[in-house]
Design a protein around this ligand. Sequence first.
Ligand code: FPP
Length: 258
Amino acid sequence: MLKPFKKWLGGTSEEATRSGLSGIDLNNVPEHVAIIMDGNGRWARQRGLPRVAGHHSGMKNVKKITMAANGLGIKALTMYAFSTENWKRPKEEVEFLMKLPQEFFPLEINELIANNVRIRMTGWSEGLPDYTLNAIEDAIERTKENDGLILNFALNYGSRKEMLSGVQDIIRDVQSGKLQAQELTEERFSQYLLTSDLPDPDLLIRTSGELRISNFLLWQLAYSELWFTEAYWPEFTEELFYQAIAEYQRRARRYGGV
Ligand code: FPP
């Protein structure tokens, strides 16, 4: 998994410092990093461009940060691409966002495959246009044998909806006798969420200076370290990503203990 990173292990410390990697301990990288990719609209407005130009530029950044995460040996990267609340945006913007997967995957899939990346989605298929779903399902299918980084797109995702739906499934299972109410532990509850096959994120990154969680992985983020940057998503660099990882490694995770 650490293969793409090897050149830095053998490189000079000067090179490593320049690339922003010097402060990173490769034996202590987070397993799962989640990112709220915010600020596309403001990035575009700052440049006198339409908001969608920000989303387009943000899309290109997804590959760059995926490769950086892969190079560090991170196991899973969850990117918040579209929330259940984002349907409230103007029709043209929603349509543009929905078309991004059919541009992104044909463009990037070969490199993702070459780097052993597996595509995954967290969210509801219902409501997504066929062309969006087809692009994602095709990428999931084509990368299903890969066992490197999981690139997980949170698409048409909302955490409250996810938890309500989990609770409904739990009630159904209790009523049918499949589950006893007293057997419902935190681990068991996690199994009813859309992320049941992923570890909880160790680190959450949000770009653009907003200090909110925005209905993203509310249960799963209970003990995650949070890291915020003023940078808008399209200008979020590998160096900032490495800074976030290095800062994560400096934090003492106590999980409520001492
Ligand atoms: C939030 O910025 C960003 C989004 C709602 C979309 C994020 C999606 C991508 C970066 C592309 C994902 C790529 C694929 C392949 C699915 P904002 O529009 O809320 O920014 P603002 O707060 O400045 O207006």
